[in-house]
Design a protein around this ligand. Structure first.
Ligand code: TYD
Length: 205
């Protein structure tokens, strides 16, 4: 049984260049005008982030996965869980479904192993809502200069990642996923995301 905290955990996922950071910033600004506490956070963090993103630092897929999972354990323990216990709305840029899309669908690592280790790292805390910004990798990758280990991956890798995200949304039976077409204007994407989030927060009042 996942623990039940008074806060709300909203996760933003998507391929490279989908526009998550811009969207998250706007949503945080809008929600912060309300009465609830809002926390904006992201994975990977700190030193793990430097190692993971640096294309010159050699890592096997297994080592990469272990760093993501260890970082998640610390992230949930130090930031996410305390904020949820406090009743805050937590806006999280990437987590579990990135690991499934990138390390399982992208790198080919074992799904069951990822699911078990990921749930443990999150202390079984579940996401209340997942916003997937869906974009064709050909378009997303053109939006920024490729620099990180992942941005420099092949187009086939990024296609597998996108397929991985869409599959996860497709097989979900909880109704927690909202797919937004990220090739639309920034304004339209924001309106779609806000409408979904307000609906969720209204239901959870
Ligand atoms: P980041 O610069 O935060 O990317 P973005 O701005 O697109 O979110 O880099 C995080 C990278 O790490 C991104 O390429 C996806 C990858 N990643 C994984 O491969 N597995 C994971 O579990 C997570 C959280 C991220």
């Amino acid at each position: 049984m996942p623990p039940d905290y008074p806060g709300t955990l909203i996760l933003f996922e998507g391929c490279e260049g989908a526009g998550k950071s811009t969207l998250l910033k706007s949503i945080a600004e809008i929600l912060q005008e309300g009465t609830c506490g809002v926390i904006q956070t992201k994975e990977p963090r700190g030193y793990a982030r430097e190692v993971l993103l640096n294309p010159h630092h050699p890592l096997t897929p297994e080592e990469e996965l272990t760093i993501f999972i260890d970082g998640r354990e610390e992230h949930f323990r130090e930031i996410v869980i305390p904020a949820l216990q406090n009743g805050d709305v937590v806006l999280c840029d990437r987590s579990t479904y990135s690991t499934i899309a990138y390390q399982h669908y992208g790198r080919g690592l074992d799904l069951t192993d990822i699911l078990v280790r990921d749930a443990k790292a999150r202390q079984n805390v579940d996401f209340d809502f997942i916003i997937l910004l869906d974009i064709d990798p050909e378009i997303g990758l053109k939006r920024k200069k490729p620099e990180t280990r992942f941005e420099l991956e092949t187009i086939d890798f990024h296609r597998r990642v996108r397929h991985g995200y869409l599959e996860q949304a497709r097989i979900d039976s909880t109704g927690k996923w909202k797919i937004i077409d990220a090739s639309k204007s920034e304004y339209d994407v924001l309106m779609d995301a806000l409408a979904a989030i307000f609906k969720l927060l209204y239901r959870r009042r």
